[in-house]
Design a protein around this ligand. Structure first.
Ligand code: PMP
Length: 440
């Protein structure tokens, strides 16, 4: 049965499909961390809608929220008009934010993808500052629209798209494993001093930035956490120069890294915060929150039809509430550290594991070719073929995970936040077998 649907998909869907080609399954049912294909085979889902499904599939509180909206006869779609469901969602979200930020924040519903909310953020800061230049980071990912692709590091999809948005500049991200500035405190200091230099030296070509946009943990770039001291420095540098700092928490937000928001690890605050994925509690929703001092735009400055999805607001609210009431960030912190520790012991046995990193349940395993020494950014060469083979071996053993990163060599783990220790052990055991089989 799987094959029948996969053949239909192959014939009818666009060539732009990427990861479904590597994960050939047609899903019939899903519950918690498990999905079942059309032939009844069960998989542990460590991709979870690219980090969207914080509570896993079909969580009872999410289903209940959907049923409540249905029974209430509220309109399912309201453009920007308000409803009790919408105001309850906003209350819940503001209550989840660090209170100092919540007090000065305003919210813009966007829509409903992460990419659209990033577009809104770029327009907001350009309007507020009157400046044009947007500074982002090497290896960063902010979406697939024309504007967001322009500020993303991802080279592949940009190759054939000419005339991207001008005046975008890429700063070095503290990718420690392949960092030209070196590792540890000293490396971070050199890296942030270098950024400060670029901003202050007119010869860098960077004039009057409208904003710097950053992911606290790069997701698509390969699950790379920025060190806390570096983030603090970035905040100091931007504050001193009055450059708005946009923090893209589309992937990291709502508990994924072991705090409600990843920027909380560094004790910093954004000027603009972008959320999507988990904030919609399984349904499409995106929002931008920003310091009200930036609110210089005109009515109608960011519009779009689908910004009033009541179901997504209801499931988003239910998810936020569940995450808080059940202290899921603490669980994520604990279970994420356990998973990382186990992976580190596996690394001692497997020479193809170059690096294990990440925060909470946003982990990356960088696969290298240990037999070839290279000077490629000072480390062992990337080994995308082996990473892909490990992904296939995991898939055979019933584990869905994605391969990403700048060199397509990072195995990424983004399971639902509700995953238990027993389920993690199960993933580890299957991963262990898969990597051993792939290496031989
Ligand atoms: N920012 C980040 C950090 C992301 O991870 C993503 C999606 N992977 C986006 C933006 C874009 O979101 P969307 O795919 O919903 O447009």
């Amino acid at each position: 049965k799987n094959q029948t649907l996969l053949a239909l998909q192959e014939r009818r869907e666009s060539n732009a499909r990427s990861y479904p080609r590597r994960l050939p399954l047609a899903i019939e049912r899903a519950e918690g961390v498990y999905v079942t294909d059309m032939d009844g085979k069960s998989y542990i889902d460590c991709l979870a809608g690219a980090g969207t499904l914080a509570l896993g599939h079909n969580h009872p509180v999410v289903r209940e929220a959907i049923e409540d909206v249905l029974h209430s006869y509220l309109p399912l779609h309201t453009l920007d008009l308000t409803t009790p469901v919408k105001e309850a969602f906003v209350d819940e979200l503001f209550d989840s934010l660090p209170q100092a930020f919540a007090k000065k924040a305003k919210i813009q519903f966007c829509g409903p993808t992460g990419g659209d909310a990033i577009e809104a953020a770029l327009k907001l800061v350009k309007t507020a500052t009157g400046n044009r230049a947007i500074l982002s980071f090497q290896g960063g990912y902010h979406g697939s629209t024309h504007g967001t692709l322009s500020i993303s590091g991802t080279i592949g999809p940009k190759k054939k798209i000419h005339a991207l948005v001008p005046d975008t500049h890429f700063l070095p991200y503290p990718y420690e494993y392949r960092c030209p500035f070196g590792i540890g405190k000293e490396g971070h200091q050199i890296s942030s001093t270098y950024i400060e230099n670029l901003l202050d030296d007119p010869e860098s070509g960077i004039v009057s930035p409208a904003a710097i946009i950053v992911e606290v943990v790069q997701g698509e770039g390969g699950s790379i956490p920025a060190p806390v001291e570096w983030l603090k420095e970035l905040r100091r540098i931007t504050k001193e120069r009055k450059i708005p700092l946009i923090i893209d928490e589309v992937q990291t937000g709502i508990g994924r890294t072991g705090k409600m928001f990843a920027f909380e690890h560094a004790g910093i605050e954004p000027d603009v915060l972008v959320l999507s994925k988990a904030v919609g509690g399984s349904l499409p929703l995106s929002v931008m929150l920003y310091d009200r001092s930036l609110d210089h735009w005109e009515p109608g400055a960011h519009i779009g039809t689908f910004r009033g999805n009541q179901m997504a607001m209801a499931t988003g609210r239910a998810t936020l509430r569940y995450v808080k009431e059940n202290k899921l960030p603490n669980h994520v912190e604990k279970i994420g550290s356990y998973l990382k520790k186990q992976l580190h012991s596996l690394q001692r046995e497997m020479s193809s594991i170059g690096d294990i990193r990440g925060r909470g349940l946003m982990l990356g395993i960088e696969i290298i070719n240990p037999t070839k020494h290279s000077n490629q950014l000072g480390s062992f060469p990337a080994y995308p073929e082996l990473a892909s083979l490990i992904q296939q071996e995991c898939f055979k053993r019933g584990v869905i995970l994605e391969v990403g990163g700048r060199f397509s060599t990072v195995i990424r783990l983004l399971p639902p936040l509700i995953i238990t220790k027993e389920q993690i052990d199960d993933v580890l055991q299957r991963f262990n077998e898969a990597i051993k089989s792939a290496e031989t």
